[in-house]
Write a protein that binds this ligand. Structure first.
Ligand SMILES: [Zn+2]
Length: 120
């Protein structure tokens, strides 16, 4: 199966290793794996990669069908990172889009999602 984060990659070579415990090497890779986790309803992985200071109770009962991820910009400076992306989803027969600049931090070699600025 193709990876939810990219039609050009196979899930088993892309986000699956991260979902199985491999460490993300960059904020973009973590962002991609989290998008795929939303697409595949992997609440445990989302909780695990959410920084403890901002982590909510991860609840995916209203989760739409996430269909496409577009990375606009990904920046890493030391142990901080930012990924600007658009994520497309489907509800009933409508296509929706959210655009966000997400902030990431690396602690003890692991990247975590901290928070995002929603742009659209
Ligand atoms: Zn992927």
């Amino acid at each position: 199966m193709h990876c939810p984060c990219s039609p050009d990659s196979l899930y088993e070579n892309c986000c699956k290793p991260l979902h199985n415990g491999a460490v993300a090497s960059s904020p973009e890779q973590l962002m991609r794996s989290r998008f795929s986790a939303f697409a595949l309803n992997l609440a445990g992985y989302l909780a695990q990669t959410w920084h403890s200071s901002t982590r909510p109770e991860v609840e995916l009962s209203d989760n739409p069908a996430w269909v496409q991820l577009q990375i606009i910009e990904a920046v890493q400076q030391g142990n901080k990172g930012m990924v600007h992306f658009r994520a497309f989803y489907k509800t009933d027969n409508e296509l929706g889009m959210m655009e966000e600049k997400s902030n990431f931090v690396r602690e003890q070699g692991q990247w975590f999602y901290v928070q995002g600025e929603v742009l659209a």
